[in-house]
Design a protein. Structure first.
Length: 145
């Protein structure tokens, strides 16, 4: 099956319901995230403690821009991809200027996110409510740091 993208604030609750029902038959969830870049760079040969501290700093200081979820059945059957784009105001949020320039070049419209992005707290409340109904999910990431 092909993929379909959904990223509008006005229908994210409807799309979460579609996701919820699809998870009964497609239990492999591939995750893609877009953050506004690293604020603190880890030295190439940094210790595990330094890597953890830098990652924690970056996660604590930045907000998620986009969450992509693709469902598949584990047998090469791909159902669909959802992209949820969150409210993000470059005037208020911490970000890496070079990385935001990269995101803009690749289609992220920060003006639209400021006015039309999904409220993170509302999204998380809805998303967290549906996850316990699906205990046998396999989470797949392309970069699992």
């Amino acid at each position: 099956m092909g993929s379909s993208l959904h990223d509008e604030n006005h229908n994210f609750k409807t799309e979460l319901q579609h996701l919820h029902f699809a998870l009964y038959n497609f239990s492999f969830v591939s995750v893609d995230t877009k953050f506004p870049g690293w604020l603190r760079q880890t030295p190439r040969f940094g210790s595990d403690d330094v890597r953890y501290a830098d990652m924690k700093y970056n996660i604590d200081k930045t907000r998620l821009v986009q969450l992509g979820l693709t469902l598949s059945d584990g047998n090469r059957g791909v159902l669909k991809t959802w992209e949820f784009k969150f409210a993000f105001d470059l005037g208020k949020e911490s970000y890496n200027k070079d990385f935001v320039r990269f995101l803009k070049k690749n289609g992220i419209d920060f003006d639209k996110l400021r006015s039309d992005g999904i409220n993170w707290d509302e999204f998380w409340h809805e998303f967290a409510a549906l996850l316990p109904r699906h205990r046998n999910l396999t989470w797949v990431t392309f970069h699992g740091s």
